[in-house]
Ligand binder design. Structure first.
Ligand code: TYD
Length: 225
């Protein structure tokens, strides 16, 4: 899909499990709504059929990385076609809680952990199958200590009857995921994947929010300010 073929702004928040992206995405959304700006707050896996299958597959360690990667890529294409692109074209700010970087990182590490069992789940292949989805205008990666992230997730799971930890929410896995997120954001502030900014998520919720807002304001089009 063509880059920036819209009048809106496509913002992604990403990072390890429990980094605070969902909380911050809600806060950013509330901020824009209170400034009378039209927004879509969304997330991946999506609420479409493939997203629902993915939520089930996230509980099944036996599902190979290749299948997860293909489903996430397909879910993303639907998410873009049905929801994200039409609203970007109407001038909305679209805020997505997770996007392509999660696939590049989670599925390539998942593939790496499968060792010799299944070949070919490389970042390059994952990038290739994701070429039919949109490139965000800005991606903010929230970096935190994986121990804090997991603690938050365990607390969340204990407080809810619906949610249980998924197959990636293990200490060692999260440590590797974090390293890869840092690499993506540090090495490529501007790349063919758009703009990436890494921020420190260990600060207070308010402090992190202020940092995110400052960054968004320095990249967003004037009409949204
Ligand atoms: P998450 O944002 O943690 O959702 P929630 O907090 O609502 O449970 O996402 C669910 C899991 O999906 C998370 O462990 C990361 C994983 N995931 C991938 O492996 N690849 C992807 O492309 C995406 C979008 C998510």
């Amino acid at each position: 899909m063509g880059k920036n073929d819209w009048s809106g702004f496509f913002l992604v928040l990403d990072g390890i499990d429990g980094c605070g992206k969902s909380t911050q995405a809600k806060k950013i959304n509330k901020y824009f709504v209170s400034n009378n700006i039209q927004t879509l707050l969304t997330a991946e896996p999506s609420d479409y059929d493939l997203g629902k299958i993915l939520r089930k597959y996230l509980q099944k360690p036996e599902v190979p990385a290749s299948v997860d990667a293909l489903l996430f890529a397909a879910d993303r294409i639907e998410h873009c076609n049905k929801e994200i692109l039409p609203l970007l074209k109407k001038g909305f700010i679209v805020i997505s809680d997770r996007y392509r970087d999660s696939s590049y990182i989670y599925q390539s590490i998942e593939g790496r952990n499968e060792g010799e069992k299944i070949r070919g789940v490389s970042i390059d292949w994952i990038k290739n199958i994701n070429k039919f989805s949109l490139i965000p205008d800005l991606t903010i990666i929230i970096d935190i200590d994986p121990k804090i992230g997991l603690k938050r997730k365990i607390k969340q799971a204990n407080n809810s009857d619906k949610q249980s930890l998924d197959k990636f929410e293990i200490d060692e896995f999260q440590k590797t995921i974090r390293e890869e997120f840092i690499k993506i954001a540090k090495n490529s502030v501007v790349s063919e994947e758009g703009i990436h900014i890494l921020i420190d998520g260990n600060e207070s919720e308010e402090e992190v929010f202020r940092t995110i807002l400052r960054i968004i304001n320095s990249y967003i089009k004037n009409e949204f300010k």
